[in-house]
Ligand binder design. Sequence first.
Ligand SMILES: Nc1ncnc2c1ncn2[C@@H]1O[C@H](COP(=O)(O)OP(=O)(O)OP(=O)(O)O)[C@@H](O)[C@H]1O
Ligand SMILES: [Mg+2]
Length: 258
Amino acid sequence: MSAILRTENLTKKFGGLIAVDNFTLSLESGRLHAIIGPNGAGKTTFFNLVSGILPLTSGKVFFGGREITGLKPHEISRLGIKRTLQIKSVFPQMTVAENLWVTRQASQGFLHPFRAATRDTQTRERVDQTLEQIGMTALADRTAGTLSYGDVALLEIGMALISEPKLLLLDEPTCGMSPAETERAVAKIKELARSIDIIIIEHDMEVVFGIASDIIVMTQGAILARGTPQEISNDERVREAYLGRPEDEDYVEEAAHA
Ligand SMILES: Nc1ncnc2c1ncn2[C@@H]1O[C@H](COP(=O)(O)OP(=O)(O)OP(=O)(O)O)[C@@H](O)[C@H]1O
Ligand SMILES: [Mg+2]
């Protein structure tokens, strides 16, 4: 099976703190991968290293077989890795469609004015496709600042999708959402995962067990366990280290079988 993303001994130190510790991982294409783990486990830092936002201390990163260690964020982004941030960031004064439009234009850089008209047509088509993908066609002309929290999160996913990435990194996409918004976002993410590789960092165990076929449990910068939802929910070490609060056990069982 081909790996969409692979790391070898990936390590990130912040002074004396080892946030990502000798992380060796191979994520195959075609499955929805989830990274879970307690606060401060190093999950976001892992995304920051993969996307080149933070320089790594040591180790290697490969994307689709190609080494991307040390490349700049825009180079990695151009190769096809896009991410959303833990903190939402859209342009609140612009409409939904305009947010997508400027993101697409920015991702393509400057262009000779002669070709600008052709690109405008192509951009418009791509904006429409993306609106469809995230299910926000009816909201195209709404000012982003007036959207519900769940719609802002979907718009952010759209902004990551508009440049047709191969791999999408989602950092806690349902954080702060109502149960109804979460349900809708989960359905969308599942649908997207059919055509694009996705790695999701997620705290909500119900979401994780409902969405991912491969779960990586991270603690203190390292992999504690990895497996299917079934395997993870039955893993003693995971239960102890992370899920192990007795009052949560029934809940975890339930979520795993949902
Ligand atoms: N830029 C930074 N400078 C210094 N320390 C950092 C930096 N970024 C993260 N850390 C530290 O690295 C560790 C891992 O942080 P990280 O944000 O990756 O955790 P996380 O698993 O995403 O946690 P959460 O679930 O709370 O989002 C933490 O101890 C954090 O304080
Ligand atoms: Mg984080």
